[in-house]
Structures are given as C-alpha cells and as structure tokens.
Ligand binder design. Sequence first.
Ligand SMILES: Cc1ncc(COP(=O)(O)O)c(C=O)c1O
Length: 363
Amino acid sequence: MSGEEEKLVQNVFKSNWIAPAGPDIESFEKEICSYTGASYAVALSSGTAAIHLALILNGVKENNEVLCSTLTFAGSAFPILYQKAQPVFIDCEKKSWNIDPELLEFAIEDRIKKGKKPAAVIVVHLYGQAANMDEIMRIASRHGILVIEDAAESFGSYHGEKHTGVIGDVGIFSFNGNKIITSSGGGALISNNRELAEKARYLSTQARGPVPYYQHEDVGYNYRLSNVSAAIGRGQLRVIDDRVKRRREIFEYYRESLKDIEEIGFIPCDIYGKSNCWLTCIMLDGRSFTPEQVRLNLESVNVESRQLWKPMHLQPVFQRCAYYGNGVSEKLFDNGLCLPSGSSLAQDDLDFIVGHLKKQFGR
Ligand SMILES: Cc1ncc(COP(=O)(O)O)c(C=O)c1O
C-alpha cells in the first residue's frame, strides 16, 4: 500500500457507500480507462470472473472449443469449464514464452478440419511480458475468431505503443493481492465496444432488468467489485508508474548481478513492448542445479521462490483436453524459477538473495 489508499477508504467510510454500489467504482473504471486507453471498463470481483464474463459475452457455450495458452495460471482456463466448453491448449514460443502464433494457426486450421471451429482464443501476457499480438490478431481475424486478452499479470505493460489488454476484442485485468497493483482482490473487463461493456455490467449485477422490481431474463452473476475495494484500487492506480519502475529495476538488478553465472538465463524481456516485469523468472540450464535445488537453498534462508506455472495440459483437471505442443512450456516448467519480485523489496533484500545465489553457484 502507498498511503493513498487509506485516505480513499476513509472517504468511503465517511460517505457510507460500502457495498455493493458506490461512486468509487465508477471513478475506478474511468481511471482504468484513462490509464490504459480502453474505451470502457467494468470493475469486477476478480480476473477469473472477468474471463468468465468475456466468454459469455462472446457467446461461448456448452461443447464449444476455446483455445488458450498452456503456460499460464489455471484462472485463465477454469472459466472455459464454467461454460461447459472445451479448452484446447496451445504451447508457447521460445522467443517470448507466450502463445506461439504459428502453432495457434495450425491448431485453428486443424480444429476447423475436424469440424470444430474454435469460438474464442484466450491469449495470456505471461509474467507481464506481451504476447505477439500483431500476429495473433491477424490470424484470429483471418479465421473470424474472437480474442480475449488475459492481461491479469500485465497491468502497466505495453505491446508496441498500446497497453496490453486493449488490443483484443475483450481484455481482462486482475487486481488480486499478488499482482502489480491490488484492490485487495478484484479485476476488470475492458473493451472498446460499449454494448459489450454494458452487457458485462448487467450480467455482473445479477442481470437485473430495468424495472423498479426484481425481474431477470438472463442468468446473472454476483461479480461486481465493492466500493471499498474500488477505493483501494484507485489509490493503487496513483502509484502504478512507481510500481512498474521498481519491478523493472528489480529485473535489471538480478540480470546484471547474475550475468556471470552462465547456467542462469532470464525470461525474454520487452520483446513486443515494454513490460511491467511483474515477476523475474530465471531458466537454469541444468548443468549444476535443478530449480528445486535452488528453491530449497533459498528457502533455507527464508526466501520464497517458486517454479513457473505448471502448463495446463499437464494438469490432472485438464487431462482430457486437446493440446498442440512443441515442448517449450514443458522445458520452461522443468527448468524455470520465479524469483522474489515484489515492489517493496529493499536493496538489502535483493543483495541478500543475489549473494545467496552466487554462493550456491560458487561465485
Ligand atoms: C494469467 C492469469 N489469469 C487469470 C488470473 C485470475 O485472476 P484473479 O486471481 O483475479 O481471479 C490470474 C491470477 O490470479 C493470472 O495470473
């Protein structure tokens, strides 16, 4: 927290607009739009809820197929199952660790040949690094497939000159506690299509009809963000530039300090645009230590690190899903490790972590 949030939350308490409605929700939405350049934003209770609504808005229903990056957090793909649709997982390119456009196109053509044209594709900007949106949009529009941008981890990142999330048909952000900014749990759906955004707002508030009593013509959801959370989110938005700057400094510090250890490589950075460097990830070439040995070594001095996301096609819950692979995500999972990357890490903390890593690698 920056201190800004507390003042805004105090105002919420003074005004007694706690939940579900309140003026901070609308202000938060406007501020998300002015920061990202999106035309419309709908503040929601989570990024997962935003993906779920994005699928509903795009007409995804039972037995439809939805393409999705395999190297991601399960929250990208679970909403496909909420709709009783079928996920089809696509591997990533080495160059960016994000969905491989060539494989994506191959998968689309193969699904069409099998008589199962995909209803949508969920593209993830992994760990804050933008995916190859130019290519992905070109492929999707050629085949008439809608693109949902999962920018849960990349709030504040760019693809070229544009913010991630505003390029696809619908974008989503997460403001969960572990993200670059947080509303203490929350998310947003963004779109340049007014009708779509209005529909998302309607569905997220239990699909109440525009009459003075309770009438429901559609199935609704209780997915709206609370006014208290929106106030926290507004305070965090005021410091997003500092947060991005700090995460980028942390990434650079690790990269510079560990550059002499040839066994350690880094997540490709800024390939398609400036990244928020949400997490700094390293790749070990396996010559001396496995990621688990490095993780345990850091844990022995009370430093938390974690393996990369386990690809969705390897998850027991998705075991029957189709998958188009090239081995990249499995290799990343086997060899990658996320280092502590929080914006509040002090220089002493970073020196301690780097010192400990250097010691392990005999430097
Ligand atoms: C890539 C990705 N997609 C979706 C989500 C889901 O967001 P939330 O936790 O706000 O539901 C997350 C993170 O939690 C994520 O990292």
